[in-house]
Design a protein around this ligand. Structure first.
Ligand code: GSH
Length: 213
């Protein structure tokens, strides 16, 4: 399998975690978002949206990290990253969607470039924009974690699920935008628990071959 990704991309980060949790090895192909390699005709022939990550597997190019990760779950069912019961699965998918649908997309590079360019926002404004959407999502996730009386150290249940796979890269990104994550103690505790697992530890941006300061 080959992952086309960028070290600092949150959606690439979540795919790396999912692959590691499944115990799958892959070749990493860096696509440099800073030099806009993802917008080149060559890369867009690969993924017309010009997004990372993509996964090359079984002779196909898979795009969209939620679709890729759900495909991984179906193709490599163990260890399971979704609970066995439908309500548990809905809970995990809802937590993942808060990150994947409601926080991450509005803080994506192309959105920030539009704020910086046509809308003439300065860095303070951009950091404020990101912090606003991260805060709205994390407030909701923290409330959902607090209401779940039966969970262990992770988002749902006693083992990592897709909810953790999505949350941890968003915490990393929140720190990069100078959001104080300690104000969400349950999210911070989940992040700390995950960081003790090799699957999460080895997926961090700083450890990727294309990592730069
Ligand atoms: N919904 C897509 C989003 C992918 C995405 O936003 N990737 C970012 C990096 S995290 C990207 O390639 N951004 C390029 C840009 O905004 O120009 C997915 O989950 O795969």
């Amino acid at each position: 399998m080959k992952v086309n990704g960028f070290f600092r991309s949150g959606s690439s980060h979540r795919l790396r975690i999912a692959l590691n949790l499944k115990g799958l090895t892959y070749e990493y192909i860096a696509v440099n978002l800073r030099s806009e390699e993802h917008l080149s005709p060559r890369y867009k022939a690969h993924n017309p949206q010009g997004f990372v990550p993509t996964l090359e597997a079984d002779g196909q190019v898979l795009i969209q990290s939620p679709a890729i990760i759900e495909w991984l779950e179906e193709r490599y069912p163990t260890p399971a990253l979704l609970p066995a019961d439908p309500l548990g699965r809905a809970r995990v998918r809802a937590l993942a969607a808060i990150v994947g649908c409601d926080i991450h997309p509005v803080n994506n590079r192309r959105i920030l470039e539009y704020l910086r360019g046509p809308l003439r926002c300065d860095q303070v404004g951009i950091d404020g924009w990101c912090a606003n959407w991260i805060t709205a999502g994390f407030d909701a996730i923290e409330a959902l974690l607090a209401a779940d009386r039966v969970r262990g150290g992770y988002c749902v249940g006693h083992a990592p699920t897709l909810a953790d796979v999505y949350l941890v890269p968003q915490v990393e990104s929140a720190r990069r935008f100078r959001v104080d994550v300690s104000r969400w103690p349950r999210i911070s505790a989940v992040d700390a628990a995950c960081s003790r697992l090799d699957a999460f530890r080895l997926a961090v941006p700083a450890l990727q071959p294309d990592a730069v300061g």
